[in-house]
Design a protein around this ligand. Structure first.
Ligand SMILES: Cc1cc2nc3c(=O)[nH]c(=O)nc-3n(C[C@H](O)[C@H](O)[C@H](O)COP(=O)(O)OP(=O)(O)OC[C@H]3O[C@@H](n4cnc5c(N)ncnc54)[C@H](O)[C@@H]3O)c2cc1C
Length: 316
């Protein structure tokens, strides 16, 4: 099985076993089987925030795409399978006059991974609607987690530290008397992304997180540092957004990663800011890549330079 076919970046090597459970009981059984085999594993949603390494992965990948159920618990409360796409869920809420998910329209990916990443955009964040998460442990035990124990802040959740996988989430929405308003916001989200050319080529969205202590988006820092000129083979920077890498043709994951290194080093050299990866790197990852992703460097921030950039960002 070629993982490039399951990844949004269209890169990634082959995998020995791809498991596609359709419900939580099958997911739990998959985890029990994997534990018996003691081979490596990783989880894959739609691959829209991830870079899957080029080498063969000699273990298991659990894909959640087939867990695409939505169960009604009450008029405003639903259990949503990890594999339901964000856009499908926004459409479902619109059809049922439910408020709270319009911002998810055209946010690539599916709700399990969106919960793990605590994804946010256009005034919404998944933590605002998820009340409970049903997850499966390495031993195949199904556990439920209240949202207070899951969401720790900006793009940070409990699931980033643990080998737990999310099977479904319980969401609470609001009844709406104005579905036209919901549709207008959904259209706005879609049009804005299209206007910003986000879907021109395969990508993973933003490669680096924003650092809110700096107060300037990482994309702006990258742009000001001149990152748009960088490329490695067919891995190029989105000309409209310097924090996006595009696979404009036949880039490998190595090319994409090498370009991300150039971006990170350029911002450090230019402004002394050490960016943190948002892009998840999955698969058979070389040790030196793992070390580099986690590397911490002391900031060498030029306070005056950043203050002037902040002013430029605030008053374009
Ligand atoms: C064009 C574009 C625009 C984007 N814009 C935004 C944006 O505005 N805001 C934003 O926050 N993000 C954005 N993203 C990133 C992406 O859309 C989100 O992070 C999305 O939630 C990822 O979903 P996915 O299913 O593709 O995750 P994947 O990339 O498949 O997985 C992400 C991580 O979650 C893990 N994972 C997957 N499923 C599970 C599970 N069920 N349980 C536990 N772990 C799991 C994976 O192992 C991986 O570590 C954008 C991406 C693209 C391509």
């Amino acid at each position: 099985m070629r993982l490039a076919d399951c990844s949004y970046f269209k890169t990634g090597g082959t995998v020995e076993h791809l498991l596609q459970p359709t419900n939580i009981a099958e997911l739990a059984q998959a985890r029990i089987d994997i534990a018996k085999d003691s081979k490596p594993f990783f989880f894959l949603g739609r691959g829209t925030n991830s870079l899957i390494w080029d080498d063969h992965f000699p273990g298991f990948v659990i894909s959640f795409n087939a867990m695409d159920f939505i169960n009604k618990l009450s008029a405003t409360r639903y259990e949503v399978g990890a594999g339901v796409s964000n856009t499908e869920f926004a459409e479902f809420c619109f059809r049922n006059s439910l408020e709270g998910a319009s911002w998810m329209n055209y946010l690539p990916g599916e709700i399990g991974a969106t919960t793990r990443m605590n994804a946010r955009c256009y005034g919404g964040e998944i933590s605002e609607i998820v009340q409970k998460v049903y997850a499966v442990t390495v031993q195949g035990e199904i556990k439920s987690f209240a949202s207070q124990s899951v969401f720790r802040g900006y793009k940070d959740t409990l699931f980033m530290d643990e080998d737990l996988c999310i099977g479904s989430v319980e969401v609470e929405l609001k009844s709406s008397t104005d579905p036209i308003k919901i549709r207008e916001h959904m259209d706005f989200c879609r049009n804005d992304r299209e206007k910003k050319h986000q879907f021109l080529h395969p990508s993973c969205g933003c490669v680096f997180k924003n650092d809110y202590t700096i107060g300037i988006p990482s994309g702006f820092l990258l742009d000001k540092a001149g990152a748009k000129k960088l490329y490695v083979g067919s891995a190029k920077i989105n000309p409209y957004h310097a924090n996006f890498i595009f696979n404009t043709g036949s880039a490998s994951s190595q090319d994409i990663f090498d370009l991300s290194v150039l971006m990170r080093e350029l911002v450090f050299k230019s402004f002394g800011v050490w960016l943190e990866y948002e892009m998840e790197i999955l698969g058979n990852i070389p040790e030196k890549v793992k070390t580099y992703i986690k590397e911490q460097r002391e900031s060498l921030i030029d306070v005056e330079l950043l203050a002037s950039l902040r002013r430029e960002w605030q008053n374009p």
